[in-house]
Design a binder for this molecule. Structure first.
Ligand SMILES: [Zn+2]
Length: 334
């Protein structure tokens, strides 16, 4: 699967909005969608610029960038699914795309502005939404951006997207820079949401272990939320190998399971054959259902109500396991 097609093109689909919202209080759910996106007009514009410089990433059906999206849209789909809370992840890392290097968008002011957009938006629903700022960790301004939000407050933590940021775990300089970002987060007790899977076609245990060891060495107290079950949407051998590396690290004590969560965003895709998903329930049990987070990747993917139905029809879990999983809230939401 193409990492960009999944990240960029899925969101070209029209958004299904709730017609008759059900309040989360009415059906008693306390669950959350732990992976959602909004975007400013700027983010919509940079999307168009990316599709112009990388047409292959946006697919043959690309017909212009998706429209801006705000938190009223987020609340509508949460209500429709009966979910109490949502986690909104900034798209500010778009401006750090290596493919935009040297363009007008290659400017930390845009990064700050997109992160500020998320902070202002989620402040409208403080009881229901948490927001994460984002940045390409390899950009020279990355530490400054983290430091700014650590001081400014208003956002829960940092989101990293290591495919779109093209992080190379085989490059020691990039790993050292990543460690500095992790250490700064830990120092300020800010959690990290990370899309770990990078562009390496051989992605798997090596990348996961390099990341795990970086955390263990530089930021052992960090709370981690690993997006897409350590993959990038869908489920395959590389993602399974990365998950296996985390489970191994829990067992050998390099990583404290109590601080690590995994989200299901975009994992159970309609086009994925049942065989591909077969190993997943056992992996979820090895981690523990109390550390698996419901998440969609909306609006790049389907809305939470539809995705809950898709998960239940595709993953063979017990009623008791679903109950735990769908009620989970990451610690930073409490
Ligand atoms: Zn996402």
């Amino acid at each position: 699967m193409n990492y960009l097609a999944n990240r960029l093109c899925g969101a070209c689909l029209p958004v299904l909005m709730a017609l008759s919202p059900v309040s989360y209080a009415e059906n008693g759910s306390h669950g959350a969608d732990h992976h959602m996106h909004i975007r400013s007009q700027n983010a919509s514009d940079v999307w168009a610029a990316l599709c112009e410089s990388m047409p292959q990433a946006c697919g043959p059906d690309y017909a212009g960038p998706p429209a801006p999206l705000d938190v009223d849209d987020v609340i509508a789909v949460l209500d429709e699914a009966g979910l109490e809370k949502g986690v909104v992840l900034s798209l500010a890392y778009f401006y750090g795309f290596p493919e935009l290097s040297g363009s007008d968008y290659d400017n930390p002011d845009y990064v700050r502005e997109e992160n500020r957009f998320v902070a202002e938006q989620i402040a409208r629903y403080p009881d229901r939404l948490a927001g994460f700022f984002s940045v390409n960790p390899s950009q020279p301004y990355a530490l400054e951006e983290v430091g700014y939000w650590a001081e400014a407050g208003g956002l829960a933590g940092l989101k990293l997207h290591l495919a779109n940021s093209n992080l190379d775990f085989h490059d020691p300089d990039q790993v050292v820079q990543l460690q500095k970002v992790l250490a700064l987060l830990a120092e300020h007790q800010l959690p990290l949401v990370v899309h770990l899977r990078n562009r390496n076609p051989e992605y798997g245990a090596f990348e996961a272990n390099t990341f795990i060891n970086a955390v263990a060495e530089s930021a052992p107290g960090l709370t981690l939320h690993i997006a897409h079950m350590a993959g990038w949407g869908g489920y395959d051998e590389g993602t399974d190998a990365a998950l296996g590396a985390f489970i191994q690290a829990f067992e050998d004590g390099r990583l404290d399971r109590d601080r690590v969560y995994f989200d299901l965003a975009a994992v159970v895709m309609a086009a994925l054959p049942d065989e591909a998903l077969a190993p997943l329930p056992a992996r979820m049990r090895q981690i523990g259902m109390d550390h698996i987070l419901f998440a969609t990747d909306w609006d790049a993917m389907e809305a939470p109500k539809e995705y809950i139905q898709a998960l239940k029809s595709r993953l063979d879990l017990t009623e008791a396991e679903w109950e735990v999983l769908l009620a989970n809230q990451a610690p930073y939401l409490e």
